[in-house]
Write a protein of this length. Structure first.
Length: 373
């Protein structure tokens, strides 16, 4: 595979083999001459919106405060020691979405979002760890990162944030615009702004198995069928009326143990679960939707692309779009998988798509899931 400047000249294979989930990697000038994609004013405006996740964090001595957005009032820019975190910026800005796509050497099923941290001098969120991998790209100003492979991940009590009780820095780096630091899960770190700065965090999904198990059981509840009703024609008189009998337990256990699930069931659950938009995501519907004939003509001359907020995955014969699942027909497979992998289809590819695929494209266009190029 091709070496990437983004990875310090490593190929994705080398990076995944040597660093992913294993150890940090500092990459100087991962993106040479990088400039912020959004101005400070744009970011502050985004934090005021109710469809954007944001948090305001400030510190006074050992006292931390956190407020969740929408954030109508911000501290003065000249005030030291505060941080604004804006999640999912890639969902709302084309340039941020394009940057996010640079990390698609990691599967979409694992990519989460791009968060921007704006901080005044001295700002930060305290020493902490993440349960997922993260790339920390410096966009503006300077930030000092202290990191540690410490095993003690106990948290300070009574804090509004998850701050490590006993952080012991082992390495220290100062990142300037274009520099990037990769950290594996559970690697302790503390970033402090040395001046007004912005840091872009590219994070990854790592759902807890408990969360997946609960979600899967809810998913299966819609399809489980256990016919019949409990009966005990051989019931004997009860000497201990309050006791659940072994016979009753055996009968019920036998019926419940007949429930089975397959690898295909898990694939469908995972596809729907991982492509489901977050609760704060709302799709932008076309202001004046084209009629179907006009849309198809435009698509055949311009091509189409997935909307920024659309998540599209596939596995085997199953296609997943924004939490919905579809069965792929053989004649539709090439076009739909190409759209999922590249997030765009050229005019020529649209022209060769089947009538069923074109019907789906028009429905997705009306829902704001797909747009013209």
């Amino acid at each position: 595979m091709k070496k990437l400047a983004l990875l310090g000249g490593l190929t994705p294979q080398q990076f995944l083999r040597e660093y992913w989930h294993k150890k940090p990697l500092l990459i100087r000038q991962a993106i040479p001459g990088f400039q912020p994609l959004l101005s400070r004013e744009d970011l502050l405006a985004m934090a005021r919106r109710d469809d954007v996740e944001s948090r305001l964090i400030s510190r006074s001595g050992k006292r931390w405060q956190m407020a969740k957005g929408p954030l109508e009032v911000m501290p003065a820019i000249g005030k030291k020691g505060w941080t604004l975190l804006v999640q999912g910026v890639n969902l709302h800005d084309d340039a941020a979405d394009t940057l996010m796509q640079s990390f698609r050497f990691i599967p979409d099923a694992r990519l989460d979002d791009l968060m921007i941290s704006y901080a005044t001098e001295g700002g930060g969120v305290g020493p902490h760890f993440d349960s997922y991998d993260v790339f920390l790209l410096q966009a503006h100003g300077r930030r000092r990162w202290q990191i540690s492979a410490q095993k003690d991940l106990s948290l300070a009590e009574g804090m509004p944030l998850k701050i490590l009780e006993n952080f012991q820095a082992e390495q220290e780096y100062v990142l300037e615009p274009g520099d990037m630091l990769y950290l594996p899960p559970h690697y302790a770190h503390d970033g402090v702004a040395l001046d007004e700065c912005m840091t872009y965090s590219i994070g990854f999904r790592a759902p807890a198995y408990q969360e997946l198990a609960e979600g899967f059981l809810q998913f299966m509840a819609d399809s489980v069928e256990v016919p019949g009703r409990y009966a005990d024609p051989d019931l004997a008189p009860a000497s201990r009326p309050a006791e659940i009998s072994a016979a009753m337990l055996d009968r019920v256990s036998s019926e419940i143990n007949r429930i089975r699930f397959t690898r295909d069931d898990i694939a469908i659950f995972l596809g729907e679960y991982l492509s489901e938009p977050k609760p704060t995501v709302f799709f932008d519907l076309p202001a004046r939707p084209m009629r179907k004939e006009k849309f198809l003509q435009s698509a055949a001359s311009r091509g189409v692309r997935l909307a920024r907020k659309t998540r599209m995955l596939y596995r085997g014969k199953h296609l997943f779009v924004n939490g919905d699942s579809f069965t792929l027909q053989r004649q539709d497979r090439d076009a739909l998988l190409a759209l999922a992998d590249h997030r765009v289809l050229s005019a020529e590819e649209v022209e060769t798509a089947s009538a069923d695929v074109l019907d789906a494209f028009y429905a997705w266009y009306q829902d704001g899931w797909l747009v013209l190029r």
